[in-house]
Design a protein around this ligand. Structure first.
Ligand SMILES: [Zn+2]
Length: 101
């Protein structure tokens, strides 16, 4: 998904919120899918901000871990993630450190 496509979807979602309405499930799902491969992914991680902006200069949207590594042009390592790497849905540290450490 290009930056323009993402911003168009985001603007649409904001219009729902401005009218006091919920964002339709299908639309909210599009906003959190991987921008490169379109995969709906279960892992929500916190990457170090400067690294995220290197991969996604606008800082907007989501990437699956595989597409993130492709954009960075190298494998991910534990030090790339926040401390601790966090699963935003559960608030629990995920196994990212073990996977990439
Ligand atoms: Zn992807």
């Amino acid at each position: 998904m290009t930056d323009a496509e993402f911003e168009k979807l985001d603007a649409k979602a904001r219009r729902f919120l401005q009218r006091g309405r919920n964002i339709p499930f299908k639309l909210s799902g599009r906003l959190v899918e991987c921008r490169d491969c379109g995969r709906a992914h279960p892992e929500y991680y916190m990457l170090k901000r400067n690294l995220w902006l290197q991969a996604v200069p606008t800082g907007r949207g989501c990437l699956c871990l595989e597409c993130l590594a492709k954009r960075l042009g190298r494998p991910l390592v534990a030090e790339d993630f926040g401390d601790p790497p966090c699963d935003w849905l559960t608030g629990q540290p995920v196994k990212l450190a073990k996977r990439f450490g």
